[in-house]
Design a protein around this ligand. Sequence first.
Ligand SMILES: Cc1cc2nc3c(=O)[nH]c(=O)nc-3n(C[C@H](O)[C@H](O)[C@H](O)COP(=O)(O)OP(=O)(O)OC[C@H]3O[C@@H](n4cnc5c(N)ncnc54)[C@H](O)[C@@H]3O)c2cc1C
Length: 529
Amino acid sequence: MANYDIVIVGAGHNGLVTAAYLAKAGLKILVLERRDHVGGASVTEEIHPGWRCSTLAHAAGPFSPQIASDLNLSQLGLEIITPEARVLALGPDGRSFCLYDDPSRAVSEIEKFSPHDAKNYPEFLKSFARIGKVLSPLVTMTPPSIDQPAAADVWQLGKMGLAFRGLGKKDEYRLLRWAPMAVADLVAEWFDTELLRATVAARGIYGAFAGPWSAGTSLGLIWQAAIAGNPLGPASFVKGGMGALTDALAAAASAAGAEVRTGAQVDQIADADNERVRLVLSNGEEIPARAVVSNADPRTTFLRLVDPVDLDPNFLIKVQNYRAIGAAAKINFALSGRPVFTGVNGNSAALSGRIHIGADIDYLERAFDAAKYGEFSSEPYFDITIPSLTDPSLAPEGKHVMSVFVQFAPFRLTQGDWSIRREEFADLVINQLTRYAPGLPELIVSRQVITPDDLEQTFGLSGGHIHHGEQSLDQFFTFRPLIGWSQYRTPLRRLYLCGAGTHPGGGVTGIPGANAAREILKDVKAGKV
Ligand SMILES: Cc1cc2nc3c(=O)[nH]c(=O)nc-3n(C[C@H](O)[C@H](O)[C@H](O)COP(=O)(O)OP(=O)(O)OC[C@H]3O[C@@H](n4cnc5c(N)ncnc54)[C@H](O)[C@@H]3O)c2cc1C
């Protein structure tokens, strides 16, 4: 049997990033993935013969250019598509505007609704860009230990303090005020147009069990700006769908010497505090290693894979209290033609990015209300892409795939369960979409319905949470996943975490995986594992 240094549980994009960096450093790496292909939530699958779609995530976070360059991903087939449009907002009255990547084009669109908002939009972007720039070093750093900050952490934080002072009073105050604010209040300070408020605010609640009036939801915008320099959701597509990214990552890991096995489910991580950790697979096979890195979410890792007797009861309670109740579902459509949205007509450029449906702040809040009480929303918020517009290889000629992210659809339903309400939910979604694209039902060749229950059962996301756990202020940065354990290490000395449940969180960025690899290499060099 091969003698592995480190085994990685899960071939999601973060697990693969960690594997590639560790293998490049000369370690003998094995990646074990329970599904029959790599990618986790970043995959492309055939949803109907001839139609391929990004099954779950449909745009990258964006993926870190630094990691893409370190791992030579462009030579391994990665091609990022950045469409002209970031987000097209559809109103219920048939009016719409498109926030193009180019701010001046976006301004002319907003002007149709409000000269006041058009005037504020560039300053809104600039202000977030300035704040994002100051915060960006936080994204790629290992959060400092609260108990014992290392000298490097103090130095890094000191540098950030200086940068913060450099922001100037106005932006300093903004940053301090905004982070704990409800995103509904934040957008109301900038814009009058309800549709614009809702389109911008949507980033604060994407994937969250929260509505725009929930405290702390502005954090989503600030964090997006720290990652990408812009508070709006990025339209960063991958040619071939999101699976092409994880295929390239798997190729990078393999090229560096890592072994990637699919169809290999880990049932137990044993002896992680002893001299050699043991992985027990569902087929009974046992694999020893010096260390194990879990790409599975924190609840799966600690509550399913590790024997509870190996963990301190206080730690276990904290993991049990880690919030990871999902609120989103996904429906992917194979279409016989291009959907026509009222008021948008044949404008392909406007449709080329994300498409937002969610008329106003109250609409988004009501959609959340349903989830609070265990029901899917009768008027959900939608984040839609039609990737075949910019990548025709995904569908037969002249045909399209449409990827529809639906929120709110809570993991636990009060009435019935997802197995019996799945088709009712999908019909409701189509009815709602038809209000904006009247000819849609006639175009549907087939639909792939993915409920929060499927997210847990098929994709291994505990509670169906798309980010491996809520990204709220109490589960963020030095608190992610838990206070005292934000440095990718765990109470078990040979067990590490590398997935979206670690800093800087969910989204297809690759950064948690790269940060984790850096920390693990430190321990390897120090002879700790
Ligand atoms: C519906 C949906 C839509 C999303 N939309 C976007 C979007 O548009 N843009 C964006 O940036 N992000 C989006 N996200 C979030 C993003 O996809 C995730 O945050 C990210 O992919 C997580 O990556 P990861 O590598 O940390 O974990 P995952 O991708 O979840 O990978 C974990 C891997 O571990 C495997 N695994 C788990 N347990 C075991 C075990 N016991 N044995 C072996 N293998 C195991 C799983 O099968 C999986 O492959 C979306 C997510 C979902 C679910």
